[in-house]
Design a protein around this ligand. Structure first.
Ligand SMILES: Nc1ncnc2c1ncn2[C@@H]1O[C@H](COP(=O)(O)OP(=O)(O)OP(=O)(O)O)[C@@H](O)[C@H]1O
Ligand SMILES: Nc1nc(=O)c2ncn([C@H]3C[C@H](O)[C@@H](CO)O3)c2[nH]1
Length: 207
């Protein structure tokens, strides 16, 4: 690989991104960038009333991720050091396109591009693709109170949005390696062999 690996783990809500990114960071001895969840003041409000809170929430996620990406570039990418993240900045566009409408969506799209177009992006994406049943089971298992009443239609739509987004990323950025993991069948938590397979694959790419 020409540049140091900048690995992003992606997939819909509850797919296992943080779990897999943390396991890989430990196994490969990589620094990890995790998204901010607990200090997010808009997330619970958003799940209560998406129309009222979507713009505030999307802007909060975008500003936080922008700051984290800026720091990641300075601390790791510019120095040629590998790093792993439990999200890709493109996630903002996936969610923004789904939760925003009309002029707010237009404004948000422009702000996203102004902030992120000139920044380096991950060169390896591990896309955990999982169906609705798997996601609902994992979200329930995790038990975050604000996710309890999550609209299943929203989650189901996001599953499709993610598939489309990964296909369009593959076209927009052909040099990015996108590895799709079947999150319904591959269980890197319970099955050590499944995790070892993923690790071997990443090690090959890192050579
Ligand atoms: N392969 C797996 N098998 C069984 N349970 C899993 C697996 N991966 C993750 N989990 C469990 O599912 C729950 C959700 O996982 P995790 O928090 O890693 O998802 P996430 O994709 O980071 O979620 P979010 O989109 O909300 O950030 C956790 O309780 C985790 O322990
Ligand atoms: N609307 C919206 N936009 C985002 O960019 C975004 N990123 C994550 N999330 C939600 C999913 C989990 O509930 C929780 C933790 O990932 O936050 C988001 N929701």
């Amino acid at each position: 690989m020409k540049h140091a690996p900048f690995i992003a783990v992606e997939g819909p809500i509850g797919a296992g991104k943080t779990t897999l990114a943390s396991m890989l960071a430990e196994e490969l001895n990589l620094p990890i960038i995790k998204e901010i969840v607990d200090e997010n003041p808009f997330l619970a409000k958003f799940y209560e009333n998406m129309d009222d809170w979507s713009f505030q929430l999307e802007m909060f996620f975008l500003c936080n991720r922008y700051k984290q990406l800026e720091d990641t570039v300075t601390q790791y990418i510019d120095k040629g050091s590998p790093v792993i993240s439990d999200y890709h900045i493109y996630k903002n566009l996936i969610f923004g396109e789904r939760t925003l409408n009309g002029t707010k969506r237009e404004k948000y799209r422009k702000i996203y591009h102004v902030l992120t177009d000139d920044l380096p992006k991950p060169n390896i994406i591990l896309y955990i693709k999982a169906n609705l049943d798997t996601l609902l089971t994992r979200i329930e298992k995790r038990g975050r109170p604000f996710e309890e009443g999550m609209d299943t239609a929203y989650l189901e739509q996001l599953v499709k949005d993610y598939d489309e987004a990964m296909a369009s990323l593959a076209i927009q950025e052909p040099s990015t390696v996108i590895i799709t993991i079947d999150g319904n069948a591959v269980d890197f938590v319970e099955n050590p062999e499944h995790f070892t397979d993923i690790v071997s694959y990443i090690k090959e790419l890192m050579k």
